[in-house]
Design a protein around this ligand. Structure first.
Ligand SMILES: *Cc1c(COP(=O)(O)O)cnc(C)c1O
Length: 349
């Protein structure tokens, strides 16, 4: 099987750990592993005096946790809504009755930063929610610009880096971000099932709210201080996360992974030009390539790749729009072959 979705092709050594016997988790050994995972995670995102919470639950679970524990303590939020994940911030605020300005941005377009500043100036929100990479459209937002605006108006920044962590440069302290969130099946490229919250040092004594039992920050932080979780962790996934983090540490940090992701994107994008597919994302991330094909009627490419080649890519927001993830393991040859196979199933224009 070849996978260009989330996760992509996983390192077989880490995948094989899923078949190992599962150790009991209430032990000093398991605690030591989690404390080491926290340290490496904070190094990778450049959050020096912060904390992490590692939840058993998908990325949306951790987004929910942020809204319950943090955003709900604010008066008004603004969310950049340029696709399905930005929309999710808006929906979460609405779900918890938190006033939110829906800063709608056209699909596949970058944020209008001037308009964002005007809106913040007139609406005066005290917290901004956005993605770093809006995975549904492939657009990478300029966090430096957003950070400048937020800091000018005293707006706290919460960033969903679920699909940019380890795929794009990201320095949480330098950008002055208060909270980031990621999950295991994207940049970390291991099995889905865990999500990670990064809390900046500025929030160490923050009076978080208590609005959700499972996701409660204080309860989770209390347990994590000794490397434990309040509820049953998905033990194998925590061990796989730790092994993946040790790999990244041995590679000297995130740069190697970022370069590799970029290389995959560059190799694949050269093929896209060859086959005449447009790449509609304005300011695209290297994490995925989004292409517009002529396959607008029946998803022939999607089905053909699965049935003939046991290969997965992601159909997207509109007919004929496909996304190919670059976060998994792949060789140049596999990427060139993938493009040829997409072309094979594309109906003629
Ligand atoms: C995948 C993704 C999510 C949601 O994650 P789940 O693990 O599916 O809950 C949220 N935001 C972004 C940017 C994503 O790419």
């Amino acid at each position: 099987m070849l996978s260009f979705v989330f996760p992509g092709n996983i390192d077989p050594k880490i995948a094989a750990m899923g078949a190992d016997p599962i150790p009991y988790m209430r032990t000093p050994e398991f605690s030591a592993i989690n404390l080491e995972s926290e340290k490496i995670l904070l190094d990778l995102i450049h959050c020096r005096s912060g904390k992490t919470i590692i939840y058993t639950g998908s990325g949306t679970g951790a987004m929910t946790a942020i809204v319950e524990n943090y955003v709900s303590t604010k008066k008004k939020a603004i969310a950049i809504n340029g696709g399905s994940f930005g929309k999710r911030w808006v929906s979460l605020c609405e779900y918890y009755n938190i006033p939110v300005v829906d800063f709608w941005t056209e699909f596949t377009k970058d944020v209008d930063y001037g308009k964002l500043e005007e809106t913040i100036c007139s609406e005066r929100p005290d917290v901004l929610l956005c993605q770093h990479h809006e995975t549904s459209s492939g657009v990478l937002y300029d966090l430096e610009k957003i950070s400048e605006i937020c800091h000018r108006y005293g707006v706290s920044m919460v960033v969903d880096v679920i699909s940019s962590f380890l795929a794009e440069e990201l320095d949480m302290d330098k950008l002055g971000i208060d909270i980031c969130v990621t999950s295991t099946q994207k940049g970390l490229n291991i099995l889905p099932g865990l999500s990670i919250i990064f809390l900046s040092g500025a929030l160490v004594d923050y009076p978080f709210a208590h609005k959700g039992f499972y996701w409660d920050f204080e309860e989770n932080l209390d347990n994590l201080r000794r490397g434990q979780t309040p509820f049953s962790p998905a033990t194998s996934l925590y061990l796989q996360l730790h092994a993946r983090l040790k790999q990244l540490e041995a590679q000297g940090g995130e740069s190697f992974n970022i370069q590799q992701t970029r290389h995959h994107a560059e190799v694949f994008r050269a093929e896209c030009v060859k086959y005449g597919w447009t790449m509609p994302s304005e300011h695209p991330s290297y994490a995925i390539t989004a292409i517009q094909t002529a396959d607008t009627e029946q998803r022939l490419i999607f089905r053909g790749l699965i049935d003939k080649y046991d290969t997965f890519i992601m159909p997207g927001g509109k007919p004929g729009f496909y996304r190919i993830s670059h976060m998994g393991l792949s060789t140049d040859r596999e990427l060139i072959e993938l493009a040829a196979r997409i072309h094979e199933f594309e109906p003629s224009r």
